[in-house]
Design a protein around this ligand. Structure first.
Ligand SMILES: Cc1cc2nc3c(=O)[nH]c(=O)nc-3n(C[C@H](O)[C@H](O)[C@H](O)COP(=O)(O)OP(=O)(O)OC[C@H]3O[C@@H](n4cnc5c(N)ncnc54)[C@H](O)[C@@H]3O)c2cc1C
Length: 510
């Protein structure tokens, strides 16, 4: 699927969605189902805002339960269960172990009670107590002194960027229009938002488009949408950073979660895409929203937490394969502790405009439906239809192919398997990705820059050393064939990518 030109757009859409993260993609999916003509624009690549830099958990949020946020937990647990059913291979069950220690809170009784509730909300009974020996058999590297055992419970993990991509591409197949690298500014007449001015950030063209209603799904940027009337709540951007470690250095078979010794915040590490993700922090983000990165203090904090739980591994920041940071769009509730701020979404409206921010990856469907109900007060045709599976066709006949079906959708995965040379179905060494996935993404998934391909369509830049530097010659050949990049274009793209990787994703040298 190639990138659409602004010239090819209609003059008017029923709804124009600004923002191509999970929130915008979820709204697009639900809005297209109503039969409305819908356009989504994203100023960078799809999911390049916060939605590719999350902890990648599709979870109820045990922490929200602890804070008494029952509705948020219940909603999240239910969505987790639905996504596990609807998106196998993309949203996968993940076992968590929380080791408990003598004289350290929370104790076993508190954890049991919390997890009992968590299970009840999901209509399952997945949690149980694991004796010390059984825990050490499963995760021999956890700190042993004072160890009593662990509580085991179930949540889920995903590839956040792929979740967005799949929603986006399937919505486009169902009749929606979605453009990356297009920035929107609002246009108003007589106090009403009547449309957008779009600027293609690659080609430089601009175009005015009329809209029945504009939906601002700009995440952490939502409060500053150019041209928006006053009335946005004050947002408090909170940065969260993660390390990605090679599985050989942090060899976990499931997720382990524990409290950081410094501030008792929950932190966790778990296997993901052949590596191990470890995080996260929760700090006020004072810098520009466009290129968040882990700072030295966060690296120290995270390594301190890791050393506390896995002392014998002796891990240092420089052992990581990469890092990443994202900014949570959180509404400012004036709390001293950033982690005490609510993670619920916030919605506000003006004539011709509905804005949404905050919320979670996990609950994108609930958010999308709330937004459309609000938008329908201004344009009744946008009222959401009866609930339906977001991905109806993900089941692969062959369980070994489930991952590909989940990540790409059944149609795309079947075409990829049928059309690829056997040699390209081999996995790229050190990763769970086939060469054919790279070629498919380059050919069909609106790749404009090299980081689109290596950081979001695939996550090779996060899980292979040096941002996947060693495979760049093969990637160059694929980009030449599929995207027509000549030598000069490749030199530009590879230099741009490596610079971007070095600034935003290289592990600290300490
Ligand atoms: C560290 C961290 C960990 C997290 N972990 C989890 C987790 O494990 N599970 C979970 O459920 N949630 C998690 N979250 C929350 C979740 O990631 C976010 O709530 C979600 O990704 C926000 O999605 P969004 O679409 O609203 O924002 P974004 O993904 O940021 O999308 C908004 C987009 O709007 C675009 N945009 C803004 N202005 C314009 C404009 N004028 N024109 C065009 N485009 C524009 C931006 O470029 C951006 O891409 C986490 C968040 C963080 C930061």
């Amino acid at each position: 699927m190639s990138r659409t030109d602004l010239v090819a757009l209609a003059d008017r859409y029923d709804a124009v969605i600004v923002g191509g993260g999970i929130t915008g993609a979820g709204i697009l999916r639900e809005a297209v189902r109503t039969g409305a003509r819908v356009l989504l624009v994203e100023q960078g690549d799809f999911a390049s805002g916060t939605s590719s830099w999350s902890s990648k958990l599709v979870h109820g949020g045990l922490r929200y339960l602890k804070n008494g946020q029952w509705r948020l937990t219940l909603e999240s647990v239910r969505e987790r269960q639905r996504l596990l059913d609807e998106a196998p291979g993309l949203v996968e069950p993940l076992t968590f172990l929380m080791p408990l220690y003598e004289g350290v809170k929370p104790g076993r009784a508190t954890m049991r009670l919390g997890l009992w509730l968590y299970d009840r909300m999901a209509g399952q009974s997945a949690s149980r107590w694991l004796a010390r020996d059984e825990l050490l058999q499963r995760e021999p590297d956890v700190r042993q002194s004072g160890l009593l055992g662990a509580m085991q419970y179930l949540d889920a993990r995903t590839d956040d960027a792929r979740l967005v991509l799949r929603l986006m591409l399937e919505s486009v197949a169902a009749g929606g229009v979605a453009l990356n690298y297009v920035q929107a500014t609002l246009r108003s007449e007589g106090g009403r938002v009547v449309g957008v001015t779009l600027q293609d950030r690659l080609a430089g063209q601009t175009r005015e488009i009329a809209a029945g209603v504009v939906i601002n799904a700009g995440g952490a940027w939502a409060g500053d949408l150019p041209g928006a009337p006053a009335g946005a709540p004050r947002l408090r951007p909170l940065r969260g950073s993660h390390f990605v470690f090679p599985a050989q250095r942090l060899p976990l078979k499931q997720a382990v979660s524990w409290l950081h010794p410094r501030d008792r915040r929950p932190i966790f590490a778990y296997p993901w895409e052949g590596a191990v993700v470890y995080g996260t922090t929760d700090l006020d983000h004072g810098e520009t929203l466009d290129a968040p990165q882990m700072i030295a203090g966060e690296a120290e904090y995270l390594i301190e937490g890791l050393t506390h739980q896995f002392p014998q591994l002796g891990l240092k920041a420089r052992d990581a394969v990469s890092t990443y940071a994202g900014v949570r769009p959180v509404v400012d509730g004036g709390k001293d502790d950033p982690s005490a701020e609510s993670r619920e979404s916030a919605m506000w409206s003006a004539p011709g405009l509905v804005s949404i921010t905050g919320g979670k990856l996990t609950t994108f469907r609930v958010t999308a439906r709330q937004v459309l109900r609000e938008a329908a007060r201004q344009l009744p045709m946008l009222a959401p239809l009866a609930e339906q599976a977001v991905f109806a066709d993900a089941a692969a006949l062959n369980p070994a192919q489930q991952r590909l079906f989940g990540r790409l959708g059944a149609d795309a995965a079947s075409q990829l398997l049928a059309g690829s040379a056997t040699s390209e179905l081999a996995l790229i060494p050190g990763s769970p990705y086939a060469w054919a996935e790279l070629r498919w993404a380059a050919r069909r998934e609106r790749v404009c820059h090299l980081d689109d391909l290596l950081m979001r369509r695939t996550r090779l830049g996060l899980v292979l050393p040096g941002g996947a530097r060693d495979i760049l010659p093969q990637v160059q050949a694929i980009c030449a064939e599929e995207l027509g990049w000549d030598e000069a274009h490749w030199r530009f793209e590879s230099a741009r990518y490596l610079d971007h990787w070095q600034r935003r994703h290289a592990p600290p040298v300490a």
